[in-house]
Design a binder for this molecule. Structure first.
Ligand SMILES: [Zn+2]
Length: 410
């Protein structure tokens, strides 16, 4: 646009010469029709943020006004629009398009004729710069009519097409449906992927589980990794997504710990992520200062090889302070290793162990002692028996949970 700026016969030159620019632009970007050759105009209905392309490139969308100076009347009109300069796109509300397209296209047409010396070009030919794809639906077509206004025509739909359309609509509303794919390619998308709008209704397929035989869409893989790990709570998907955004967790990390392991996620509130992995349950809490704390389920050691998980959580000592490190920590955690370390420590006091391992072992021992105090009236043998019974019952329940979990997973 710059090169045209200083042309004496340009609208911008006229405007800066004869108008008080400051009172007119209000800091919002403004353009003139004779600068818009090469742009494509997209009339749209509703809110700009509901357009699929807006979600993809939000930062590129810029509020602007098209200025229409009327030289003979010393009058200026502003037409609000959204410009995506990088892609040479202009989004105009349908109402604004109908009201102003005649004037806008006339000015563009005159500029094209002047520049190309092509005097055969008509004003109607400028309509080629209009893309009506945002207004078309399976049930109607749209065109720019002779009055430079948008005209619609309804399309006849056969029953089969109607059935496919409503099938797609109800799949998109169903909170159980999490993944979408097309019969035309080998990709799978997250339900919120903006590319889904490009799938034809006759090729549209929906799935509750992530199909294992499809390639993950590069555009929405972050959403897929997260959604696939959520236990059963898709309505709060935004919470999970935000949690990982805040933690600046990269896609490769999500792929490694969520997609390639069986870590499963749940959230009851916005700053607390519950993670189930193998036998253990953890939760990560984000405090007011944006720091992360890791909590681990309590457990009681029965002997060197057995433990059972009890209610409640304890703060895990010396865990990494950032999310990525916490995920690595959970993935690498093995309670039996902790026990072995403790045993070695007892046998050889000179053995140097990592501080965190020692501290946790001590913590676990302390909990075992307090558990034993509760049942101290019982004789040692009785206690052993009770503990053993508890273990069997808990083990049985646990096995069931694991079974259900595996079932769910498959
Ligand atoms: Zn996708």
């Amino acid at each position: 646009m710059g090169e045209i700026h200083n042309k004496f016969d340009s609208e911008r030159y006229y405007f800066t010469m004869y108008w008080n620019v400051d009172t007119y632009n209000n800091g919002i970007k403004y353009v003139f029709c004779d600068e818009l050759d090469g742009y494509t105009f997209y009339p749209y209905i509703g809110k700009i943020k509901n357009l699929p392309e807006y979600n993809q490139d939000e930062v590129l969308f810029e509020n602007a006004n098209i200025y229409l100076p009327y030289k003979t009347q010393a009058r200026l009109e502003k037409v609000p629009c959204i410009i995506v300069e990088e892609m040479k796109k202009i989004y105009l509300l349908e109402g604004h398009f109908n009201k102003y397209w005649k004037q806008i296209s006339e000015r563009i047409w005159k500029e094209i004729r002047k520049k190309t010396k092509n005097y055969e070009k008509t004003q109607m030919s400028v309509n080629e710069m209009v893309d009506l794809s945002l207004l078309k639906t399976p049930t109607r077509t749209a065109k720019v009519g002779t009055e430079f206004k948008i005209q619609y025509e309804s399309k006849e739909l056969d029953i089969e097409v109607q059935r496919l359309i409503s099938k797609r609509a109800s799949a998109m509303e169903d909170s159980q449906i999490r993944f979408i794919y097309s019969k035309k390619d080998n990709l799978v998308h997250d339900k919120k992927c903006t590319l889904i709008s490009k799938i034809n209704y006759e090729d549209f397929c929906a799935s509750k589980e992530l199909p294992s035989d499809r390639e993950i869409c590069n555009h929405c893989k972050r959403k897929i990794f997260i959604r696939n790990a959520i236990i059963s709570d898709n309505k709060r998907f935004a919470w999970y997504f935000r949690f990982f955004e805040n933690g600046k967790v990269k896609n490769q990390v999500l792929e490694k710990y969520l997609y390639h392991t069986n870590m499963r996620l749940h959230m009851n509130n916005i700053d607390q992520l519950i993670i189930k992995y193998k036998e253990d349950t953890w939760y990560i809490e984000r405090n007011d200062e944006g720091r992360y704390l890791l909590y681990h389920n309590n457990y009681v050691m029965i002997n060197d090889k057995e433990r059972y998980i009890t209610t409640g959580f304890h703060l895990q000592k010396n865990h990494p302070p950032y999310l990525v490190g916490i995920f690595a920590y959970i993935e690498g955690y093995d309670w039996q290793k902790h026990l072995q370390s403790k045993k070695k420590l007892e046998k050889s006091s000179h053995l140097v162990l990592e501080q965190e391992v020692i501290e946790e072992s001590i913590e676990e021992s302390a909990r075992t002692v307090s558990q034993q105090e509760i049942i101290k009236e019982k004789s040692a043998e009785e206690e052993k028996e009770t503990q053993a019974k508890k273990t069997t019952v808990i083990q049985k329940i646990w096995n069931k949970i694991v079974k259900i979990f595996k079932k769910y997973k498959s």
